[in-house]
Write a protein that binds this ligand. Structure first.
Ligand code: NAD
Length: 326
């Protein structure tokens, strides 16, 4: 029998790629989102536009048993959206509603396997003050102290999924993503993440000019290419004895200025970096992959540069197209 999957947030970056991956494995896929995918035609068999904050709508799309449900929908964005504080109420309310509705509708249809994407933003701020030695091991999550309301909502929802496992015999799986990047993601408008923002700035800059980088550029992060993220998601979802939460991220930590230098190097342009004040989040963050290696016998290992090259090629094409239209 053909296997079936539901992807909530299928019009988004990771959801769009996940739909493609599930289709390549022969699944029948229903995608749901507030919007169609902005950068690619959907590969889903059935794509439904609707609002997952609406309980009746959620019940209408979870109208059968799915073999796998992936809950990726969230009100989110890059540092420019999450860390200014201006969107806190929406972020918490919208994402919590989505998770409450989707999980309960799955429970009531007797769907057991639901994947939920949490975020490294739920880790305590005090463990991420040293850019060279951040601690993001899974057990460091408590006592909790995320630096954003986005992180607090993720923490609440992680616990919600695992509570349904305990109380209702569900088999939810929870991963904490660390900065996923790739082609066909948001690259402008304020919700884009650092790799996409830097690729756009470099692609748009004139040779010999400069680009602006938020903060002093010494803040560190790691970035995971979308294909490896999906590999981790599917391995975790299909694992029979491990529910998470577990990090899905790269351990190749880099400062934001060095990431900018990497992009500039790939572009072949001669550009200077100008550090300007801006929202930057915690000082340091890196994935800790000991648990995923131990539990799933797998961890991402592709060098960051290989993924950045692909994304730069895609974004510079988008920037050129935009320029030609103007
Ligand atoms: P994205 O913004 O591209 O996708 C999220 C999708 O959810 C969007 O298409 C949006 O329209 C949809 N959505 C939001 N509210 C909705 C609603 N009320 N009803 C229906 N759809 C709604 O983000 P993404 O990068 O693909 O992230 C997917 C998931 O992974 C999110 O839960 C996010 O918090 C988590 N995550 C992502 C990263 C990352 O680096 N991309 C890091 C950590 C966690």
């Amino acid at each position: 029998m053909t296997k079936t999957a539901l992807v909530c947030g299928a019009g988004g970056f990771i959801g769009g790629h996940l739909v493609k991956r599930l289709k390549s494995e022969g699944f029948w896929v229903r995608g749901v989102d507030l919007k169609f995918h902005e950068h690619a035609e959907t590969a889903a068999d059935d794509f439904v536009i609707g609002d997952l904050r609406d309980q009746n709508f959620v019940r209408s799309i979870i109208d059968r048993r799915f073999d796998e449900v992936y809950q990726l929908a969230a009100d989110m964005g890059g540092a420019g959206y999450v860390f200014t504080g201006d969107h806190d109420a929406d972020i918490m309310h919208n994402s919590a509603m989505i998770n409450l509705n989707v999980l309960d509708a799955c429970h009531k249809r007797n769907i057991k396997r639901v994947f939920y994407s949490s975020s490294a933003c739920m880790y305590p701020e005090h463990n991420q003050l040293d850019p060279d030695n951040p601690n993001c091991s899974e057990e460091s999550a408590y006592p909790a102290n995320p630096d954003s309301e986005y992180g607090w909502e993720k923490l609440f929802s992680e616990r919600l999924y695992l509570a349904y496992n305990r109380n209702y015999g569900m088999e939810c799986r929870v991963a904490r993503f660390h900065n996923i990047f790739g082609p066909e993601g948001t690259w402008e408008g304020g919700k884009e993440k650092a790799p996409a923002a830097l690729c756009r700035k470099v692609a748009a800059a004139d040779d010999g000019g400069e680009i602006e980088v938020w903060g002093d550029g010494l803040q560190t992060r790691s970035f995971l290419y979308i294909d490896e993220c999906l590999e981790g998601v599917l391995r975790l979802t299909r694992s029979d004895d491990f529910e998470g939460p577990v990090n899905i991220g790269s351990e190749e930590m880099i400062s934001i200025n060095n990431l900018a230098r990497m992009v500039i190097g790939i572009s072949g342009k001669d550009l200077k970096i100008r550090n300007i004040p801006g929202p930057e989040g915690v000082r340091g963050r890196n994935s800790d992959n000991r648990l995923i290696r131990e539990k799933l016998g797998w961890a991402p290992n592709e060098p960051l540069k290989a993924g950045i090259e692909r994304v730069y090629a895609w974004i510079s094409g988008e920037v050129a197209r935009r320029h030609n239209r103007q």
